[in-house]
Design a protein around this ligand. Structure first.
Ligand SMILES: Cc1cc2nc3c(=O)[nH]c(=O)nc-3n(C[C@H](O)[C@H](O)[C@H](O)COP(=O)(O)O)c2cc1C
Length: 187
């Protein structure tokens, strides 16, 4: 199964980086697949560790894709790494081996420590809408405007019925970038 997590890594100087990634998870084993070029990839190759943060505040996902990546962090418990303070749970992982690829290497990791911080309070359709819109945003330059519009129109249904303040804020950040992109394409 692929789980959408916020991956925190750090370089050899201890500078933290956070990025949403779809993690292939199988028990304690997982695979992180960053597209080159990627800071997450560089940091993982340097430090051999990462933290997978599981969180329901979708502003982190939308924020990372819209230039807002300064979210509060705290030290990991076992590895040398950083945990998102808003994570409901996190797993600390170590790099085991790499399957290299010119576009998207596979980083095989194993979980060495997992912590639950807060309860999972159930699914929310607006959170799904924000995640999907964030993924669309990461592919804006590769997709035709008509497809982007059609998908956003569908995602708005769940958003408008179920969003809270955090989901609306995240959605508005994403839509500001989409609007700017549309204006550029149409000019
Ligand atoms: C839900 C979600 C899942 C994503 N999954 C991946 C992924 O598996 N691999 C990847 O390279 N980028 C993924 N992205 C896009 C990255 O977060 C984004 O491009 C980021 O800048 C990665 O580059 P970095 O490692 O330099 O930060 C995803 C984005 C979202 C919103």
């Amino acid at each position: 199964m692929i789980q959408e997590a916020i991956v925190t890594t750090q370089n050899s100087a201890g500078l933290a980086h956070i990025a949403p990634m779809g993690i292939h998870v199988n028990g304690d084993d997982c695979i992180i697949l960053p597209f080159r070029p990627s800071k997450t990839l560089n940091n993982l190759l340097e430090s051999k560790t990462a933290v997978l943060n599981y969180c329901d505040d979708v502003r982190i996902f939308a924020g990372c894709l819209t230039g807002r990546s300064d979210w509060p962090l705290t030290a990991a418990e076992i590895i040398n790494g950083q945990v998102l303070q808003c994570a409901l749970a996190h797993s600390e992982v170590e790099l085991v081996r790499i399957e290299d690829d010119y576009a998207r290497p596979k980083l095989f990791c194993k979980t060495v420590h997992t912590v639950n911080h807060a309860p999972f309070r159930g699914f929310n359709r607006a959170q799904f809408s924000v995640l999907e819109a964030a993924i669309l945003l990461s592919r804006l330059s590769m997709l035709p405007l008509a497809k982007i519009e059609a998908e956003l129109n569908y995602l708005r249904i769940g958003l408008e019925k179920t969003a809270g303040e955090r989901e609306w804020e995240a959605w508005d950040w994403l839509m500001a970038v989409v609007d700017k992109h549309k204006a550029e394409v149409n000019s």
